[in-house]
Ligand binder design. Structure first.
Ligand SMILES: O=P(O)(O)OC[C@H]1O[C@H](O[C@H]2O[C@H](CO)[C@@H](O)[C@H](O)[C@H]2O)[C@H](O)[C@@H](O)[C@@H]1O
Ligand SMILES: O=c1ccn([C@@H]2O[C@H](COP(=O)(O)OP(=O)(O)O)[C@@H](O)[C@H]2O)c(=O)[nH]1
Length: 462
């Protein structure tokens, strides 16, 4: 078997209190089983004139190679082009995109630096797998340095429709750069459709008979590979003695008999304020839920130096304070808002102990929390998943209560339905969802992707 070399901006934190985020979680699960080398950002920032040395750590069969970013790389590549241009545009938030020409320069030079570092670590027989929007041009940079090994790319976030993509500066250069990979993986069929439409409607490319897309004399295979979770280990985490203790503590410390849970990085794509408003309306319109239901929202900080994130934090603090002040009582807190990272094993227990999982992003590549909620449930008394139609996970998890997160009344109705759903219907829906989550787990995702990458070959001329 060839050595797998993974490259992504964010790498997993092997300590318990690490950063939250689906990419790191999923790649850690995927690599733990297959082994390999993983190159990424260490999370540290150094002065522009300091050296950015690589350091390596070994965790079982995984070698983690990390490097710091310089202050200007952090500003222009990470906060700038990646998270103030690509992230908002690809999530349909053109109003939040902020483009400065230095962002693009910083992006390209940082990606080039990743390429230079990687070349020194490569062996001739490696298979290279690049992840996410931070590193789109990495294959082009590697090819310039003479790398001829297979290189695959996987995009974790949505691929937007052509007219929305067109709002991103340099979008044509980015799409062209994807044709230097051997395989481009996207999360959903909808994403693949959007990519194809851009190539043949807006860029004069074409679809070849074997399904590959061709642009400017280069062709590449684009396919959807919906990412999954390590189902059995998450189920186990939700069922330890410690997990039982967490659930008992949760139940003892409240008079509420039901919990609705939301778990999201504090990101404007996740629809958290719409969710708070829907919960407020639920309690106002259904007095039977006063004191008996609590919304627990775990929302760890993320990208706080980008203005839109700081503004959102303020908005949520005000909103939860307002709801608790208006509706709460000395013995009941309607909204428990936790602005902190919670370790994944504790999270597994909290998901299992909650009667409703509320996953309502306005746009999301996949959303692993939706799958984790399903995995954590007790088969004999499962909770109900409410899921946004705009999460990639909705393409698979059809037995959830699928809602439009912009429609507050529809969310209210779904919460009411979930809280009053008979056991037989809960079990039926949960069984079907669990089967889908199991069929499409993280090992299946990794194997499907890598098997396809092993067999395709990019073609440099028509
Ligand atoms: O690295 P950060 O800037 O701290 O952000 C965390 C990650 O957020 C995004 O996660 C995505 O990947 C998940 C797994 O495929 C998917 O379920 C989710 O819908 C995506 O939003 C981002 O794409 C990652 O690069 C970040 O590391
Ligand atoms: O306090 C937290 C919040 C989230 N997560 C994990 O972070 C991941 C979030 O992934 P998702 O795909 O839902 O969204 P993303 O943050 O990647 O956009 C999930 O595995 C969560 O279990 C965590 O460990 N602790």
């Amino acid at each position: 078997m060839k050595r797998l070399v993974v490259v992504s901006n964010r790498v997993a934190d092997w300590t318990k209190g690490g950063k939250s985020g689906g990419l790191a979680v999923a790649l850690q699960d995927a690599l733990r089983k297959r082994g390999g080398l993983w190159l990424g950002w260490s999370g540290k920032i150094v002065e522009d004139d300091e050296p950015c040395e690589l350091s390596q750590e070994h965790h079982g069969n995984v070698t983690l190679a990390t490097m710091p970013l310089t202050e200007s790389e952090y500003q222009h590549y990470y906060l700038g082009f990646s998270n103030s241009v690509l992230w908002p545009v690809f999530h349909y938030r053109l109003d939040l995109a902020r483009f400065e020409p230095e962002h693009w320069e910083g992006y390209i030079t940082t990606v080039r630096r990743f390429a230079e570092k990687l070349v020194g670590l490569l062996e001739p027989d490696d298979i290279i797998w690049v992840h996410d929007y931070h590193l789109i041009p990495l294959a082009s940079e590697l090819r310039k340095l003479g790398v001829d090994q297979k290189i695959g790319f996987f995009l974790h976030i949505p691929f937007p429709s052509p007219d929305v993509l067109a709002a991103a500066p340099k979008h044509r250069a980015l799409v062209r750069a994807l044709f230097d990979y051997d395989l481009v993986g996207l999360q959903t069929h909808a994403d693949v459709g959007n990519f194809g439409r851009f190539v043949y409607e807006a860029a004069d490319g074409k679809v070849l008979q074997d399904g590959r897309l061709q642009l400017d004399g280069k062709s590449v295979l684009i396919k959807s590979f919906p990412i999954g979770i390590d189902v059995e280990s998450f189920r186990d985490m939700a069922r330890t003695e410690e997990a039982d203790r967490h659930i008992q503590t949760l139940q003892r410390r409240t008079i509420a008999s039901a919990f609705i849970i939301g778990v999201d990085r504090l990101d404007y794509t996740k629809g958290i304020s719409e969710r708070f408003r829907a919960f407020q309306r639920l309690v106002e319109s259904h007095p039977e839920y006063r004191t008996s239901v609590t919304l627990m929202q775990i929302a760890p900080p993320t990208r706080e130096e980008v203005l839109a994130y700081a503004e959102m934090r303020q908005e949520l603090e005000q909103l939860s304070g307002h709801i608790n002040g208006e509706l709460g009582n000395y013995d009941w807190t309607p909204v428990r808002y936790i602005h902190r990272h919670i370790p994944r094993d504790t999270l597994a227990a909290l998901l299992r102990g909650s009667q409703v999982g509320l996953v309502t992003p306005l746009r999301d590549g996949m959303n692993l929390v939706a799958k984790e909620y399903v995995a954590a449930q007790d088969d004999e008394n499962p909770g109900v998943l409410i899921l946004s139609r705009f999460a990639g996970a909705a393409e698979q998890l059809k037995e959830a209560l699928i809602i439009n997160p912009y429609d507050i009344d529809e969310m209210v109705e779904a919460m009411h339905r979930a809280l009053s759903m008979p056991l037989a219907e809960r079990k039926e829906r949960h069984q079907a969802l669990l089967e889908r989550v199991r069929e499409n787990d993280v090992s299946y995702w990794r194997e499907c992707y890598l098997d396809t990458l092993e067999t395709v070959r990019r073609e440099a001329s028509a």
